[in-house]
Design a protein around this ligand. Structure first.
Ligand SMILES: C[S@@+](CC[C@H](N)C(=O)[O-])C[C@H]1O[C@@H](n2cnc3c(N)ncnc32)[C@H](O)[C@@H]1O
Length: 212
């Protein structure tokens, strides 16, 4: 079987690990090379409703790891930004005034540190076999009873977009099983679609879960 038509257990397209390495590198390169564009592109994203929903699970003065740093700071929380892209980390630090670190989710070593983790549309770039270990890292980084928000796209298999980014798709059932295996209990799970009038409308699986 050639590398181009490997199939997963449900007949989905699966990349070999060699190509996964290349896909992870090209995903990272995309964000490094398009940091300014990406920042202005997503700057006005309507995330307020979900941010408020997430914050309603947190203590009044929480410590949070995540992207929407300025918002968390404006609500009186203490926030740390983490992203794999050096360029985006620099921009996030400049824009928010919050401390920010370049790190990959799957290798963060924080333990028992955060009341909340906001992982919006980032875990979908990890190869599937790195997904559960990454959730375990996030669970370890949360205090017991801490809250994780994550959003990934619904679907099967995986794809490398023409811009080089790896997208790995999940079903609701995959997500529930993976969270459970990583020690996180689902509090809320809902699907949504972007309001932008794009032809292709991905369905997002949004989850709020608690570290056990
Ligand atoms: C689709 S963007 C989402 C950005 C932002 N969270 C938002 O909601 O607009 C994906 C982000 O995840 C980051 N990323 C991708 N893989 C990552 C990894 N393994 N660890 C940490 N960050 C990663 C990218 O650099 C990029 O900033």
């Amino acid at each position: 079987m050639s590398e181009d038509n490997l199939k997963g257990p449900n007949g989905e397209d699966v990349l070999s690990s060699v190509r996964h390495d290349a896909a992870v590198a090209s995903t990272n390169r995309f964000y490094e090379d398009h940091a300014v564009e990406y920042f202005s592109w997503t700057f006005g994203a309507q995330t307020q409703f979900v941010l408020d929903r997430f914050l309603s699970h947190l203590p009044a003065k929480a410590s949070i790891s995540g992207r929407d740093l300025k918002f968390f700071l404006s609500r009186g929380h203490c926030a740390l930004g983490i992203d794999a892209s050096t360029a985006l980390v620099q921009m996030a630090a400049q824009h928010s005034g919050a401390p920010c670190e370049v790190a990959r989710i799957e290798s963060i070593s924080y333990e028992d540190r955060f009341d909340g983790i906001w992982a919006c549309a980032s875990l979908l770039h990890l190869p599937r076999d790195a997904f559960r270990p990454a959730l375990r890292c996030l669970n370890r980084a949360l205090k017991r009873g801490g809250t994780l928000f994550m959003a990934v796209q619904e679907g099967q298999g995986e794809a490398i977009l023409p811009d080089g980014r790896l997208y790995v798709y999940y079903s609701e059932d995959d997500i529930r099983k993976s969270l459970d295996a990583a020690g996180l209990a689902v509090d809320e799970l809902w699907t949504s679609q972007n309001s932008a009038k794009a032809v292709h409308q991905p369905v997002w699986i949004n989850v709020i879960a608690t570290a056990r």
